[in-house]
Design a protein around this ligand. Structure first.
Ligand code: GSH
Length: 209
């Protein structure tokens, strides 16, 4: 099977890290695709044109991060699954919270990529407030011992702040968030993290759009 990604995409990075964490590199080929490009090799498989997209051997294209993780999890024994289930509601809540934060950061970043006269100060202010609010909550959660297991919430957290670090530098997320920063820094030595660091730039298209 084949996983389409873009090096700058924080959503696709979660899936790429999952492939490595689950030991699926010999079963899942990782292919880079261009985004927002009518000639992209992704479009015949996924008309939505977004990554991650996981194309199964029968041609079925699984899209959106969580369904992709569900499919990847299904390839390994349950004890190694990354996605939390309803029996671990705190972990499920943590994963959802980080994904929600990522959605907001993506909107914020997209707004900043517009020509200045097209930007909405209202949207930027709203998304900045949202990001600060969630990051403060994540700081409290990490300080209390949260995000310790290497599950989907942990991978999503690393991906969101990795994106902020490299492609959304306007958000000074480390400021007054020592627990979060320490967790993020410690994660960098994991092979799944070290091997998927996004290129510096802006947005999700490579190298710098
Ligand atoms: N809700 C999707 C979001 C995926 C997404 O927005 N991916 C971006 C890259 S970070 C993309 O492919 N954008 C291309 C486009 O908008 O055309 C998910 O959970 O995977």
């Amino acid at each position: 099977m084949r996983l389409f990604h873009a090096p700058g995409s924080p959503y696709a990075r979660i899936a790429r890290m999952a492939v490595i964490e689950l030991g699926l590199e010999d079963r899942v080929a990782v292919t880079e695709a261009t985004l927002r490009d009518p000639a992209s090799i992704l479009l015949p498989f996924n008309p939505v044109g977004r990554v991650p997209a996981l194309v199964l051997d029968d041609g079925t294209a699984i899209t959106e991060t969580t369904p992709v993780l569900m499919m990847l999890d299904s390839l390994v024994e349950p004890a190694r699954h990354l996605l939390p289930g309803p029996k671990t509601p705190h972990a499920l809540a943590a994963y959802g919270r980080v994904l929600g934060m990522l959605d907001g950061i993506a909107v914020w970043n997209r707004e900043l990529r517009r020509p200045e006269h097209e930007r909405s100060p209202g949207v930027i202010a709203l998304e900045a407030r949202r990001a600060i609010r969630v990051a403060d909550e994540l700081e409290r959660a990490v300080a209390a011992g949260g995000f310790a297991p290497r599950d989907a919430g942990f991978l999503a957290l690393v991906s969101v702040f990795g994106y902020c670090e490299r492609r959304h530098t306007t958000f000074d997320w480390r400021q007054d968030r020592p627990a979060l920063a320490a967790l993020f820094d410690a994660a960098q030595s994991r092979p799944s993290v070290a091997r998927t660091v996004p290129p510096a730039g802006m947005g999700s298209t490579a190298p710098a759009a």
